[in-house]
Design a protein around this ligand. Structure first.
Ligand SMILES: [Zn+2]
Length: 323
């Protein structure tokens, strides 16, 4: 079961009988956020529903885990700004959580050698969300090189933010934020420099869907997630045209489900329901692949040799198929 995978996996049409409807099988959410008291901030209304965000980081975690359980999300990669943010999630739901760490400004992030040690000690499973755009960096800026080197060495998934942010971002949190820094084509230099880096492009390029599709075409080993596209008002109608074009180009098997619930746990359910309403995807395209096809899926959790409860190996993105 733990080896079966892929989320609400959006898969090429392989089944002879095409059927539409709701997918009820296990889901993997590769884009979740964990918070500390500082990163959660004051309660704020969900931009779609108006529901206020939880008052504490613990409540945010507990509610998120409840919804994951209710909605059959069997595995989630949760990103925090520190190990302290994600460890409570792992303690509360060790079989359901993989721990990621992210940041935006390499000059303020932990040292590369500390990141290296955390991966070596298996205290982290993924690197991301790396939101360089918010600190005014291109993800290919050399300031990130030492971190990409560490992630490549440990062969961990690397989630890189692309697209945009909430309206007025440069006037509020992040004066160095620029829209142009969300262009997924800015990943190209790092993909060339670190060809073994297991990159997934978060938000599927957001406001730059065509560039994300171009990048996926040129670099067949990369994946994308649809975090935030499926529920935030600012994403508008970006999701459907992106998925239709990915389907037309037979690249749905590299599109992963992600909610990006941010501060609002209920967004996990909103995101799942939105994908389930897409009538141009068959149920088969919304479901996970069968076990025999795992080597070709996006995510692989290397637990086969471990007894239940044994040492956890990092989740890794599958190796690219050889041409
Ligand atoms: Zn993001």
């Amino acid at each position: 079961m733990k080896k079966l995978l892929i989320a609400l996996a959006l898969i090429p049409a392989v089944a002879p009988a095409q059927s539409t409807g709701r997918y009820r099988g296990p889901i993997i959410d590769v884009h979740l956020h964990a918070h500390t008291r500082e990163s959660l901030g004051q309660p704020a209304p969900n931009p779609r529903t108006g529901q206020m965000s939880p008052k504490t980081a613990e409540e945010h975690m507990t509610r998120s885990l409840e919804i994951m359980k209710q909605r059959n999300v069997v595995l989630g990669i949760v990103s925090g700004s520190s190990v302290a943010a994600v460890e409570p999630w792992d303690a509360a739901a060790p079989d359901r959580i993989l721990k990621g760490i992210g940041g935006d400004d390499p000059s303020k992030f932990m040292k590369p050698e500390d990141l290296d040690r955390l991966f070596r000690e298996k205290r982290l499973d993924a690197f991301g969300e790396v939101a360089a755009q918010y600190a005014g960096y291109s993800p290919s800026d050399p300031a990130f090189d030492a971190y990409w080197t560490v992630a490549e060495k440990h062969s961990v998934p690397v989630g890189i933010h692309t697209g945009g942010g909430p309206p007025r971002t440069p006037y509020t949190c992040c004066p160095k934020f620029r829209l142009k820094l969300g262009d997924p084509l800015l990943l190209e230099d790092l993909l060339v420099k670190y060809p073994k880096l297991k990159v997934y492009v978060m938000h599927a390029g957001g406001f730059f869907p065509q560039n994300a599709l171009m990048l996926m075409t040129m670099y067949p080993h990369i994946y994308v997630d649809i975090g935030a596209l499926s529920w935030t008002p600012i994403a508008g109608d970006l999701l459907e045209p992106f998925l239709k074009e990915a389907k037309r180009r037979r690249m749905l098997d590299r599109v992963m489900f992600g909610s990006d619930q941010m501060r609002w746990p209920e967004a996990i359910a909103l995101a799942i329901d939105r994908v389930n309403r897409l009538d141009f995807l068959t149920v088969e395209e919304k479901q996970e692949r069968q076990r025999r096809e795992v080597p070709r899926t996006h995510l692989r959790r290397n637990r086969a040799a471990s007894p239940v409860g044994g040492r956890r190996e990092p989740l890794s993105l599958a190796e690219p198929a050889q041409p």
